[in-house]
Design a protein around this ligand. Structure first.
Ligand SMILES: [Zn+2]
Length: 251
């Protein structure tokens, strides 16, 4: 090996390691991005009603720390759905290079409160936070997905609201084009609704939306929510929406 090569060799090697190729960047478009996934509720909430009912400040008013979540006629619980979809989505996002932070570590615990869930996204300065839910509307004919974006409340920044609206649009488009359920026939306009009553949005300083994949009380939506294939399709659609928001690229 020539003297020049001996010197340049390690430098070239370091460059190869440090600077990812265009192909590698295309495969991991979320490199360096932080995504917080917030699987709504928790599997143990039912067993600790007192702790769950404890009121916390939600930015505009006091409300319970958390809630039990919805369930299907077969008693499939929303908390289980939310956790399963979060695991599937985490895998998809990690494969694309993202750092993924979860707001709970299993489906066997209680809480955390909506305030702590939101603080997690704020603390890590997430590039995007997605709160994963399924709805519990009373009428069987009500069905389909909707995305909840923040309304501008006192103390909330215009930038957070506008970035969240962009995130909400990307998630809505992806669910509409790739998701397992149709656009909601009962909530919001074209699958998007702005709300001022959710601490998870009011207290967030980073872009954040809620995804409600369908109505667990609907005979049309429940089988989709209960099926692993339906939840995988949901996770894949949500990943497409997040990549689109974080990279500006249509995938
Ligand atoms: Zn929920």
């Amino acid at each position: 090996m020539s003297r020049r090569l001996r010197i340049l060799g390690p430098v070239l090697l370091a460059l190869l390691v440090v600077v990812p190729s265009a192909a590698a960047r295309a495969e991991t478009p979320l490199e360096g991005r932080v995504v917080v996934l917030d699987p709504g509720h928790n599997g143990g909430n039912w067993t600790h009603p007192g702790a769950i009912a404890h009121e916390v400040w939600a930015g505009t008013h006091y409300k319970p720390c958390d809630t039990f979540g919805a369930r299907t006629a077969n008693d499939y619980r929303e908390a289980a759905h939310n956790w399963d979809v979060a695991l599937r989505l985490r895998e998809l996002l990690r494969a694309q290079g993202a750092r993924v932070v979860m707001t709970r570590s299993s489906n066997r615990g209680v809480g955390p409160c909506i305030t702590e869930r939101t603080a997690i996204g704020n603390r890590v300065r997430a590039d995007a936070v997605l709160s994963i839910h399924a709805d519990g509307a009373p009428d069987d004919d009500l069905r389909g997905f909707h995305v909840i974006v923040p309304a501008r409340v006192s103390g909330q920044s215009a930038r957070m609201v506008s970035r969240s609206n962009a995130l909400g649009t990307a998630i809505r488009d992806a669910l509409r084009d790739h998701g397992p359920t149709p656009v909601s026939n009962y909530q919001g306009t074209d699958g998007i609704v702005a709300r001022a009553d959710l601490g998870g949005l009011n207290l967030s300083t980073v872009p954040k939306v809620f995804s409600e994949i369908g109505n667990m009380a609907s005979r049309h939506d429940a089988p989709i929510i209960e099926s692993p294939a339906g939840r995988q399709q949901e996770a894949e659609a949500l990943a497409i929406g997040l990549v689109r928001f974080l990279t500006g690229r249509r995938v």
